[in-house]
Structures are given as C-alpha cells and as structure tokens.
Design a protein around this ligand. Structure first.
Ligand code: NAP
Length: 275
C-alpha cells in the first residue's frame, strides 16, 4: 500500500540512526516488507551527531517507538544506553537492533547471521573447513569473525589498518571459543600470502563505499586467486572496485545486498514489529 494511505494514527515508528545515514537502503527495504506483510509500521532514517546519541535514545522511548536500528558509527556506543543485551551481541560487542518493550531497551546483533545466510544462499557453500581472510576490524568484522568461528572455519586471518583492533577481536574470540585468529597489518608480507591462499575473502571495511567508489581496502601487492569467493559487505555501489578486481581475476563475487536483506528480515524476527 502507498505510504500516504498506510500511515495513520496507529502507525508504529521504527528508526535507523547513523552518521552518515544518507546512503542507507534500509528504509526502502523495510518499508517494502512492511507493506507486503501488512504491518502498520514506518521505518525512518535519522542522522545523529555523536553527542546527541543518548538524547536520540530517550527520544525513541518517549515517542513510543517499537525500536530502532543502528549503523556506523554507533553500534558499540549504543550499548551503554540499553537495559539488556543478547549473548551474541555481547560477544560481538556491537548492537544493530534495539527493541523497546514496556519501556525497556534490549539490544541484538543480526549482522552475523545475516552474513551467513547471504553467503550460503549466494555461493551454495558453507564455512566449514574454509580458510578465510577478513579485512577490517570494526563491528561488522567482529560479527563476521564470530559467525565464521561458530560455523567451523578452518582458519581466520584479520587484516586491519589499526592492528590493535584486530587483536582485540582475536582475543575476544580466543576467550569465548578457544580459537586462534592471526592478525596482520596491511603491509605485512604474511598477509598478502594468506590472502592469496584463502578460500574466502571478506571486505568488512567501509572502504569503497559511495561516494569514494574508486578506493580499495588493500594495496596492489595483494592478488586474488581464481576460484576464491570474495564477499564485500558494502552494498552501495553494488560492485565495488574490490569486487570488480576480484571478478576480473576469476573469483565468485558477492556484495552486501543479500546480507542487508537477511539481517533486515532477522531484525523483524527479533520481535520488534509484532510487539
Ligand atoms: P566500523 O565499526 O566503523 O569499522 C570500519 C572498518 O573500516 C574498520 O576496520 C576501519 O579500520 C576500516 N576503515 C575505515 N576507513 C578506512 C580506510 N580509509 N582505510 C582502511 N581501513 C578503513 O564499521 P562497521 O559497522 O564494521 O561497517 C563496516 C562496513 O560494513 C560499512 O561499509 C557498512 O556499511 C558495512 N556493513 C554492511 C552490512 C550489510 O548488511 N551489508 C552490515 C553491516 C555493515 P580502523 O579500525 O583502522 O579504523
């Protein structure tokens, strides 16, 4: 149903906050799903400044919103304003979904499962016994790392500009799962070798995202090998420079759209929309 006919006095609000937020495809996706399933909710993006995060959370509560989603760069900062956090989100140390129920705020993370579902449906493979290289060590990278380890990857290596952030993910995973992750600086020659040997390569940085579409998360010393599966979490543009180069080298390429879709469906299943 068209939005002007759908929104009325009973419509429930769901927000998404980020900075920047202008690139987000979530409102189209979520509002389309709400129309399709006949849910009287509206999904609205909000650009928030860091210092206003607490006020924004109070605002959602005061407006009796059903919940809200969180994107870059607030997935970690949001945690201090919540009453409860799911076990998986605690391990990942990032929340992308908040449900508001009886004035209480509960945080979840649906990125990890969304990544897994998208990978499996687009490659017809799983992570069991695979060698994986992950570029990036932010909230999304941590979700991906947790999921890879939970689903039986043989090895996981993380390459990140700020290597201490990769080490912090590795130490968390070692503590929770007893699994050792190798961490590399981008100029470490062991990183480019592990990259070449990997079965799966995942870009979990924001490098290459619109409008800086010419940028690559790795330097030219890195080379793809034919047959690798290369997943870029970025979904705008649909084909980042990273995916173009991987495709040219004969890799199977997957962009972030499927993950966005699957994690959005999981966000709804977190119960917000039905509350
Ligand atoms: P984040 O926590 O802010 O982490 C950003 C990561 O990108 C960090 O590893 C950071 O490195 C790296 N980075 C940023 N600028 C860089 C640069 N110029 N050179 C090298 N590295 C750089 O963000 P996030 O939440 O993890 O999200 C990362 C990306 O995944 C975003 O593009 C986001 O839109 C996308 N994402 C997509 C989905 C989906 O459903 N498809 C879901 C979640 C996230 P440092 O640690 O050195 O700063």
């Amino acid at each position: 149903m068209e939005i002007e006919k759908r929104v009325n006095g009973k419509t429930k609000l769901i927000g998404v906050i980020g900075n920047p937020i202008e690139h987000t495809m979530s409102p189209q996706l979520q509002n389309t799903i709400f129309s399709a399933i006949g849910e009287n909710c509206i999904y609205v993006p909000f650009h928030i400044e860091k210092d206003d995060l607490e006020d924004a959370v109070k605002g959602f509560k005061a407006l009796n919103a059903v919940g809200f989603n969180i994107t870059v760069p607030f997935k970690k900062d949001i945690m201090k304003y919540l009453d409860e956090i799911s076990d998986k989100a605690v391990i990942i140390d990032a929340v992308n979904t908040v449900k508001i129920s009886n004035g209480r705020l509960t945080g979840y993370n649906t990125d990890a499962e969304g990544f897994s579902r998208a990978f499996k449906s687009e490659s017809n493979l799983d992570f069991k016994d695979k060698k994986v290289i992950l570029i990036g060590a932010g909230g999304a990278a941590c979700s991906v790392a947790v999921q890879l380890v939970m689903e039986g990857a043989k090895s996981v290596g993380i390459i990140n500009r700020t290597v201490s952030k990769a080490e912090s993910i590795a130490s968390k995973i070692n503590k929770n799962f007893g699994f050792k992750i190798e961490c590399y600086k981008p100029d470490d020659s062991r990183a480019s070798e592990a990259f070449k040997q990997a079965d799966i390569i995942v870009n979990a940085t924001s490098v290459g995202m619109y409008p800086e579409t010419e940028n690559m998360p790795i330097s030219t010393v890195y080379s793809f090998s034919e047959g690798q599966i290369v997943f870029d979490l970025v979904y705008k543009p649909q084909k980042t420079m990273f995916l173009k180069k991987a495709g040219d080298a004969g890799c199977k390429i997957i962009n972030g759209t499927g993950m966005l879709f699957h994690q959005a469906v999981l966000q709804m299943k977190s119960g917000r929309a039905k509350d």
